[in-house]
Write a protein that binds this ligand. Sequence first.
Ligand SMILES: NC(=O)C1=CN([C@@H]2O[C@H](COP(=O)(O)OP(=O)(O)OC[C@H]3O[C@@H](n4cnc5c(N)ncnc54)[C@H](O)[C@@H]3O)[C@@H](O)[C@H]2O)C=CC1
Ligand SMILES: O=C(CO)COP(=O)(O)O
Length: 338
Amino acid sequence: MTAADVVPFARVGVIGAGAWGTAIALAALRAGRETVLWARNPDAVEAMRRERENTRYLPGVPLPPTLDLTTDLGEIAKADAIMLVTPAQHLRTACAKLQPSLRPGTPVVLCAKGIELSTGCLMSEAAEASLPASPVGVLSGPTFAVEVAKGLPTAVTLAIRDQELGSRIVETLGSRSFRPYLSDDVMGAQVGGAVKNVLAIACGIILGRRLGDNARAALITRGLAEISRLGLALGARPETLMGLSGLGDLTLTCTSLQSRNTSLGTALGEGRTLSEIMGERHSVAEGVHTSAALGELARRHGVEMPICRAVDAILNRNADIDETIASLMARPFRIEGR
Ligand SMILES: NC(=O)C1=CN([C@@H]2O[C@H](COP(=O)(O)OP(=O)(O)OC[C@H]3O[C@@H](n4cnc5c(N)ncnc54)[C@H](O)[C@@H]3O)[C@@H](O)[C@H]2O)C=CC1
Ligand SMILES: O=C(CO)COP(=O)(O)O
């Protein structure tokens, strides 16, 4: 089958009107699809209809009149393909609310990056349990929402088991500015995106503490080793972990203060407390929850993740930053590659 034979889906439904949901809706519109964006808050939908802008989560990017907006999940369920873009901790609830009106077979593409704190589930595990009649895919990669929303060049991994269906989703979302690479490694496509948020907080701490560029490069590299160990234990393929959703996203997030996780880490490194930082933000920083979920998941799979464990200790168990960094550096010397 050639690309010319692949028929894109006509109508895309997007659940979650934060920065990323709004950007994905704009990418789908740019690819030529009818697109409907769901927000749970009627006032937010009203404001977006009136102002043709998502002033709270994606200010400065116009929303074209062709973008439909709704608070009715029934409208989303009528779409041919659904993008699920709530924060990771709310994904299961969103699936449960969508499920009664969803037609069997409608593909659901998960765009959140995280691990469910209450269960240790990856996003696909949570969604598949709640939506047993829907093929579930994952979209992940190096993608700051505002850049996608503005149409700047971006590439992502789109992973789904059914490759024919995957090709249709690629055609549905792909455009001259948004380039999805198809994969069947659903597990692999999620691990990098979830863990990099924790590592980005660590990189931010290093920036905030002014520990230098060497330290950041070391952290990114040893962080990639942690992603790889966990990913392989969960059944991911190495090339996925080295691809857009793994190394690609790790590099982007850990090297830019545009990242909410990196900037949160920087503020921590500068001496602010987590509650002060969280109190000033309305946007999600997924690494906070994922760091807490990772400890148990890594333990269950017998995987060592010392950097992620250190971030969890700083964020969730009040560990002192300088002592934690000192104890990471004081570990026994190791052979590289193990
Ligand atoms: N912003 C970005 O550049 C990117 C974000 N992501 C991921 O996408 C997911 C969503 O992130 P953003 O849109 O950036 O977050 P955001 O902080 O911009 O917005 C969060 C959205 O979730 C909604 N929300 C909160 N609780 C909810 C609930 N219980 N049910 C339904 N909706 C709820 C909020 O109303 C808001 O619309 C996260 O997992 C994030 O890691 C992935 C790639 C890029
Ligand atoms: O996932 C992202 C880029 O790929 C966005 O990262 P932050 O959530 O840290 O802003």
